[in-house]
Design a binder for this molecule. Structure first.
Ligand code: GDP
Length: 432
């Protein structure tokens, strides 16, 4: 989906605006500085068109850190958003920080909209005119709190939103899109450099060859792949505080552009909550997943045994993801990455014909019927695959299925179809 990123200083009302656009109170408004909100990307819809709304303001720095934090927001927005919405507090007017952000945003080859927030009634509108001085064009007066002006602004934004998302474009036959993810120092950039090697196809300079300068086309295994947000891998955001937040913002935004994620883990260190958080972001995004265990050259027998136990304990929910044990330094087993990516994408693309799927369901319910609950036994009447990328199934039932039974259906689906490297979704519709 196309990405709209919201950028602005703390307390200008970004979260309120996110809530207003989503039409629900999901992004919590926090007045305390230093608060990290977990969610950064939301599925949004306006006038029948879907897009991803990225809230870059999840981490609110103290006064000393404002410039760096807002610069980091702008950097992510510039690299990864299709349209940027820059929010200014019209009661305060343009500050030096705002002007700094504008300078950064100017470099972006992206449509930028300027929202003058906190214009709660018509009498305050003249305040917003002062923001012409920022040089971002017309300031749009809005009140995130009351909703005033937001609909009109969204109409204008949607008109600038690309029709075809990066993923949809791929369906037209472009190179497949890969995100390399992982916490700092696991070896992402080493992997990228080693894998690309001499074969790097330098096409970024040519106008129009890639949509984003931060994406790079690289030939691997005889095929061209688009690696998304390679700029994010190569450059480091130098922030004292909030670095984790911006890393996770970048991860979420990169996933939006990718079809498959390679999550890189460092075998010399225990699997951490940060690693698991990144894997969760991939699962949430519904993208295909490959796990790359890197620095294999440094693994001794003791650590190896321990690692196996850790994998069993911490990664039991992603046993379906292909694993490659590699060394970005020596090049060990790097050639296994491409088949793993291909396998994951093939699973992600899979469509099971309705006839076959119902034969599968008939066999499953015959051999293992749903247990009777309170004198009733919910039955599966019919099923169909509603979507691929990832494979998404809908079961029409006569009652709610136990979570345990739903997991059983998922497990059987994997046993029969594999779906290695792809999450699968099983939804339910109860027919009264
Ligand atoms: P990134 O932050 O994830 O991009 O990590 P880097 O690619 O910058 O790597 C972090 C450090 O780990 C660097 O000093 C690399 O040389 C080192 N490194 C990366 N991959 C390997 C590997 O496979 N084996 C060994 N021994 N060192 C590695």
């Amino acid at each position: 989906l196309p990405v709209l990123a919201i950028v602005g200083r703390p307390n200008v009302g970004k979260s309120a605006l996110v809530n207003r656009i989503l039409g629900r109170r999901e992004a919590v408004v926090e007045d305390k500085p230093g608060v990290t909100r977990d969610r950064v990307a939301y599925k949004a819809e306006w006038a029948g068109r879907r897009f991803t709304l990225v809230d870059t303001g999840g981490w609110e720095p103290d006064a000393a850190g404002i410039n760096a934090a807002v610069a980091a927001q702008a950097e992510v927005a510039i690299d990864l958003a299709d349209v940027v919405l820059f929010v200014v507090d019209s009661n305060v007017g343009a500050t030096a920080t705002d002007e700094h952000v504008v300078k950064l945003l100017r470099r972006a080859n992206r449509p930028v909209f300027l929202a003058a927030n906190k214009v709660d009634d018509a009498r305050q509108e003249p305040q917003s005119s002062a923001l012409w001085s920022l040089g971002l064009g017309e300031p749009y007066p809005v009140s995130a709190l009351h909703g005033r002006g937001v609909a009109d602004l969204l109409d204008l934004i949607m008109a600038k939103m690309p029709e075809v998302s990066a993923v949809a474009k791929q369906e037209l036959g472009g190179p497949r899109r890969v995100a390399i993810l992982g916490r700092p120092n696991v070896g992402k950039s080493s992997l990228l450099n080693k894998a690309a090697g001499e074969e790097r196809v330098v096409v970024n300079e040519l106008a129009g060859t890639t949509r984003d300068p931060v994406d790079e086309q690289i030939e691997l295994g005889g095929k061209v792949w688009t690696f998304v947000d390679t700029a994010g891998i190569r450059k480091r955001v130098h922030l004292q505080q909030g670095a984790d937040f911006y890393a996770s913002l970048r991860t979420s935004a990169a996933l939006e552009k990718a079809e498959v994620a390679v999550v890189v883990l460092d075998v010399t260190e225990p699997i951490s909550t940060q690693d698991l958080r990144i894997i969760d972001l991939v699962l949430e995004s519904g993208r295909a997943l490959v796990l790359a265990f890197n620095k294999w050259d440094l693994l001794d027998d003791d650590r190896r045994r321990y690692l196996e136990r850790e994998i069993e304990q911490d990664l039991h929910h992603v046993t379906w993801a292909p694993r490659v044990n590699i060394s970005a330094r020596t090049g060990r087993h790097l050639e296994k990455l491409v088949p793993a990516l291909e396998l994951a994408l093939e699973s992600w693309d899979t469509r099971v014909p309705t006839g076959k799927f119902n034969a599968f369901l008939a066999e499953l319910t015959a051999s293992h019927p749903h247990p009777v609950r309170g004198g009733k036994q919910p039955r599966i009447l019919f099923g169909t695959q509603a979507a691929s990328r990832p494979p998404t199934f809908v079961l029409f039932t006569t009652g709610f299925l136990d979570p345990g039974y739903r997991r059983y259906v998922q497990r059987r689906l994997r046993e029969i179809y594999g779906f290695e490297g792809s999450p699968i979704v099983v939804n339910m519709r109860v027919r009264e």
